[in-house]
Design a protein around this ligand. Structure first.
Ligand code: PLP
Length: 426
């Protein structure tokens, strides 16, 4: 039988009726590493990056991978080697990217709650830019930089009040969100910042939300940003780079976000038309680089038919795949062994073993499975492992990166010792 591709997942396919990531049969990876098991396609990550790089060909642009999407060291190493900078939001993320081989001057530091310690460490490392998110943060960063006898390079994150038309929990550029500085106050804030000895204004930044599947919010946010840049520069403060954040969506459930290169063609046309085409550009994509590169393989433990619901209880749970519980997010779920078209299916809720009714992975799925079978939860490369926890004292899952027919274990499954490290009995 020829390979059957899964829509939106360029390197996940059935071959001889068995699910593969690139050239690796997931059944064999499960036999070697157990479940739950995250498996990522290296080619898929690099192709997603290449779409941005194509879009920016000939431009002065930097892709800063928003590592919160997937912060496993080998994934960071892959993007560092491919020339990426990084968008970080904590001292822990800074330590991770540096350990993975990133250059500090290609790292930008976002986030509304940076501590003095985090600022100090980032300044000593020679960070590329702080994306400052409040007027209070400006004062503190200035103090910390003056204390170290350096100048902190800064952009101000503008909240452009543009609706990204996504889930409210992942919308970040609206007036009611905690992120950025209201666009009406931006000029004043830049004027204050420019007067501080410890700060050096280098850019401007915005990030309006995540899983954005339409181009209009980006075009609107860009117009608003460019208006602001014009007013700041008219006040005598040069803006060297413009950072448009991340947020481009992926296909989870028939979603049709624009391709990165096509979207950027439109955005660059606007930049050119407004005379900003030669400005240094930065973007901070996360999900669109890694989301559809990953699957999470899980074993069916029990089938539990009920009066109102049938449950398919699997060994992955909300601690491994938190997005459904957090945002009612959809992940496609497919069997490792392809079933024939006439196999009897049952409508089931796919749920994990965690003691919460919110611990579900998929509602009302038509599946032909029994205990001992394996399922793959798709689109599990972003905001899954990086958001995972040890809730219910469950070990964090193992992760494998596939490169053609080769597979590399890039994270071992947690042991009990891993889970209790740092704890002590009275
Ligand atoms: N930049 C910032 C400041 C963010 O908060 C996020 C995610 O929330 C991103 C970039 C990456 O977003 P996405 O993964 O949707 O591309």
């Amino acid at each position: 039988m020829s390979a059957l591709q899964l829509p939106g997942h360029p390197h996940v396919h059935y071959q001889h009726e068995q699910l593969h990531v690139e050239g690796c049969n997931l059944k064999a990876l499960v036999a070697a590493h157990g479940t739950p098991l995250f498996v990522y396609s290296k080619a898929s990550m690099l192709e997603a990056l290449a779409a941005y790089q194509r879009g920016f060909a000939g431009r002065n642009a930097r892709v800063c991978y928003a590592m919160k999407a997937n912060s496993t060291l080998a994934v960071l190493q892959l993007f560092a080697k491919a020339g990426c900078g990084f968008d970080i939001v904590s001292g822990g993320e800074l330590a991770r990217v540096l350990a993975a081989g990133a250059q500090a001057d290609k790292v930008i530091f976002s986030g509304v709650g940076k501590t003095r310690d985090e600022m100090r460490v980032a300044l000593k490392a020679g960070i590329g830019c702080f994306n400052v998110e409040s007027e209070a943060e400006i004062d503190v960063l200035n103090e910390v930089a003056v204390g170290l006898g350096v100048q902190a390079p800064i952009s101000i994150r503008v909240n452009p009040n543009v609706d990204p038309k996504t889930h409210p929990y992942i919308s970040t550029g609206l007036k009611g969100n905690k992120f950025g500085i209201a666009h009406e106050r931006t000029l004043l804030t830049y004027q204050r910042a420019a007067a501080f000895a410890g700060l050096k204004v280098v850019g401007i930044d915005c990030h309006i939300g995540s899983q954005i599947t339409e181009e209009t919010p980006y075009l609107d946010a860009m117009d608003r940003m460019l208006d602001i840049v014009e007013s700041i520069e008219a006040a005598g403060i040069p803006i060297h780079h413009i950072d448009f954040g991340g947020g481009l969506g992926i296909n989870y459930n028939g979603d049709t976000p624009p391709a990165a290169d096509a979207l950027w063609q439109k955005l660059l046309a606007k930049l050119d038309a407004r005379g900003f085409g030669q400005r240094q550009l930065m973007i901070e994509p996360g999900r669109s680089l890694v989301g559809n590169a990953g699957v999470c393989v899980t074993e069916v433990l029990y089938m539990k038919p009920g009066e109102q619901k049938n449950f398919c209880i699997v060994d992955a749970a909300m601690n491994d795949l938190p997005r459904p519980a957090m945002y009612q997010a959809f992940h496609a779920i497919v069997p490792l062994q392809q079933t024939s078209g006439n196999a009897a299916t049952t409508v089931v809720d796919v749920v994990g073993p965690v003691c919460e009714s919110g611990d579900w992975i998929g509602h009302d799925r038509n599946l032909a499975v029994q205990s001992g079978d394996h399922l793959a939860v798709l689109s599990a490369g972003a905001y899954c492992m990086s958001m995972s926890s040890n809730y219910n004292s469950r070990p964090k899952a193992a992760e494998v990166l596939v490169d053609g027919a080769q597979s590399h274990l890039i994270r071992q499954r947690d042991s009990f010792a891993d889970q209790v490290r740092g704890e002590s009995l009275l």
